[in-house]
Design a protein around this ligand. Structure first.
Ligand code: GDP
Length: 382
């Protein structure tokens, strides 16, 4: 039986035949009143496309703190699609004048130190104080293995249900630099939305602490009592970056040990030159589980913030961070222009082989490649 086509009533007249459904004439039927099941099923299973938002929609939604729009703006920022990147940059330009007012706090520490329990308790305390809080995460494991240390869905359950709090897990995949860019820009979105405090959380396993330190006003290092520095993977370099060290789990039998560790760390901080003349980092204890020491650490941060604003240190630190960030992005961009250039892609293996066989010194290889890139790149772009 030959299928015939029929335009269903929901298709506007102006639409082409491509919109007509396929209808199979069944026995006893004389018109096309039965739309084929297959076509109907296809229509139903088609995902409903979300309405595209204009830049104005995004800006209006962010400034009036509409969570769904904030979420979509961050998804746009996280996208690697070229057109999304351009839209995201336009959006960021529009919201820039509304950013910069939040206190940016970095929280780090080894897995199990109690970061999520701390953020839950500390965040709830801040909300009780009338603050609005955004929590963003940088998960270095997502860059290395595609897995996630921070990704557990049950983390910060109470906070995630609070409408004064916005929690966004780490963008997945990509390089740490890429994830960091996305987090910085997401932070700007949250600031424009009026969140008073932004917490950027990361697992203390290496490079990511430096990354988080480079985007926050206050860097808080969570530690445990009784576990040696080596065990905690905490390098002296990380301690140098901290604006405060907070020994968590100071409860029950652990209380005395925590106090002992506090003294120890305080002593070792004496041998470290503070990064800034404006602030001397201190060591404190808390129990995220029993909610003790939480208001104290907030008082420390508030006092840091006030002093930093009065002395101009916060502005100075942010300006230095922004310029570093810009330079890092230039480095990344230049690298990608270099390595993705067809001439370099073509010549690189040959020159690499010459270096490996000992026929070309690495420095000469670098000069040759850079000259090659320079000549081809500029000749072609003129
Ligand atoms: P994260 O991996 O750093 O995010 O650590 P979690 O917040 O998931 O905590 C790891 C474990 O330590 C969990 O079993 C928590 O219940 C526990 N924990 C966290 N904070 C405290 C605390 O202040 N005291 C005690 N006794 N346990 C805690």
């Amino acid at each position: 039986m030959e299928p015939i086509t029929r335009k269903p009533e929901w298709v506007p007249d102006s639409y082409s035949e491509g919109f007509a459904s396929q209808v199979v004439m069944a026995q006893g039927m004389h018109d096309g009143s039965l739309v084929s099941h297959k076509a109907t099923a296809q229509k139903i299973s088609k995902p409903i496309r979300r309405q595209l938002l204009s830049i104005d929609d995004y800006v209006e939604g962010i400034l009036s703190c509409k969570r769904a729009i904030i979420g979509r703006a961050i998804t746009l920022i996280e996208s690697n699609a070229h057109s999304h990147m351009e839209t995201a940059q336009t959006l960021l330009r529009h919201i820039m004048p509304h950013t910069g007012k939040a206190i940016r706090i970095g929280v780090t520490g080894v897995p199990g130190v109690g970061k999520s329990t701390f953020i839950e308790t500390f965040g709830s305390y801040l909300i009780e104080q009338g603050k609005r809080l955004a929590v963003l995460a940088i998960d270095p494991s997502s860059c290395i293995s595609g897995g996630s240390i921070l990704g557990d869905k049950t983390r910060m359950e109470k906070l995630s249900r609070n409408d004064k709090c916005f929690i966004r897990p780490s963008p997945s995949g990509g390089t740490l630099g890429g994830v960091a860019r996305k987090t910085r820009e997401s932070m700007l979105v949250c600031e424009a939305a009026g969140f008073d405090v932004i917490i950027v959380e990361t697992v203390g396993v290496g490079q990511s602490e430096f990354t988080v330190r480079s985007m926050v006003d206050f860097f808080l290092l969570l530690m445990l009592a009784g576990a040696g520095d080596e065990l905690q993977g905490i390098k002296r370099g990380i301690m140098e970056l901290a604006d405060a060290i907070l020994i968590n789990k100071a409860d029950g039998d652990n209380k005395v040990k925590a106090e002992f560790a506090r003294n120890e760390y305080e002593r070792s901080l004496h041998y470290i030159k503070p990064i800034s003349d404006h602030w001397t980092p201190g060591v404190f204890t808390c129990s995220a589980m029993e909610n003790s020491g939480i208001s104290d650490i907030w008082s420390v941060i508030e006092s840091y913030w006030q002093k930093g604003l009065d002395s101009g240190y916060i502005i100075e630190r942010r300006q230095a961070q922004t310029l570093n960030w810009m330079r890092e992005m230039i480095d990344d961009h230049l690298k990608s222009l270099f390595y993705s250039h067809p001439t370099i892609e073509n010549q690189f293996p040959k020159i690499e082989a010459l270096v490996l066989s000992g026929n070309l010194p690495p420095s000469a290889a670098v000069k040759e490649l850079i000259d090659l890139w320079h000549n081809h790149y500029f000749n072609h772009s003129e």
